[in-house]
Design a protein around this ligand. Structure first.
Ligand code: CDP
Length: 236
């Protein structure tokens, strides 16, 4: 499979904590594809704005930051459970971009048009060669609308809150369940109502609901969709 098949482009979108990164990481490994999580870029800009004391309301300054910040996503450089290493202007911010402050402000920052323009451009460059599984909110609709496979991964709010709550706990952070839930509700609301590239399934997306479905089953389901698309490409 890895050598003989041509490489296609896979877009996975969906709301916060719907399991996109876990599923995409496993699939990319299996298929020998590049896994690219676009959320990391929006988080990096948000983190850098907070670190530099740029007010989140200052759209112009934040847009300039998004245009200038050098974001790199590399294979893990430290064996601490990370899926990849994220650098911003050379600084390792892999875990910093998961902090509560970033979660709080990432959706307002992501709604700025100039920020989206700058990051979308970089994401298209990364996706252009194919052989990539790109994850985000607008990959199938805006970033890579030509992707041969589009998945919209969803799960109930309760289930997504449970997953995020456990993720925090694994990292030694104890947050009230209700607070985690409220954060997801707020982020989904901003992400799906913004003017530019709102979160929604592409018309040709396969919708996969992962509520109460074990991860390996979700992976198998999506892998089947990818294999069918590959067969179509090979069959011409
Ligand atoms: O991991 P989680 O699902 O919590 O979020 P993420 O994928 O890291 O994305 C963080 C935030 O970045 C989202 O809530 C969106 O506001 C923004 N984002 C976006 O606007 N477009 C993307 N393609 C990816 C992320």
């Amino acid at each position: 499979m890895k050598e003989k098949m041509p490489k296609i482009t896979v877009a996975i979108d969906g709301p916060a904590a719907s399991g996109k990164s876990t599923v995409a990481g496993i699939l990319a490994e299996r298929l020998g594809y590049l896994y690219f999580d676009t959320g990391v870029m929006y988080r990096a800009v948000t983190w850098a704005a907070l670190a530099r004391g740029i007010p989140i309301e200052d759209e112009r300054a934040i847009t300039r930051l998004a245009e200038e910040l050098r974001i790199e996503v590399l294979p893990p450089t430290v064996d601490d459970g990370r899926q990849y290493t994220v650098l911003a202007d050379g600084q390792d911010i892999t875990w910093k971009i998961r902090e509560a402050q970033v979660n709080r402000y990432v959706s307002p920052v992501s709604a700025y048009k100039g920020v989206r323009r700058a990051l979308t451009l970089q994401q298209r460059r990364i996706g252009a060669p194919g052989g990539v599984i790109m994850v985000g909110r607008d990959i199938g609709t805006v970033v890579l609308p030509e992707a041969q496979v589009k998945i919209y991964l969803d799960a109930s709010l309760e289930e997504r809150t449970r997953r995020r709550y456990l993720e925090y706990r694994q990292r030694g952070i104890l947050r009230p369940f209700r607070e985690v839930k409220e954060e997801l509700v707020q982020r989904d609301r901003i992400d799906s109502t913004r003017e530019m590239a709102p979160l929604r399934p592409a018309e040709d997306a396969v919708i996969v609901d992962s509520t109460c479905v074990p991860i390996d089953k979700v992976v198998r389901r999506i892998e089947r969709v990818i294999r069918q698309a590959l067969e179509q490409v090979v069959g011409g």
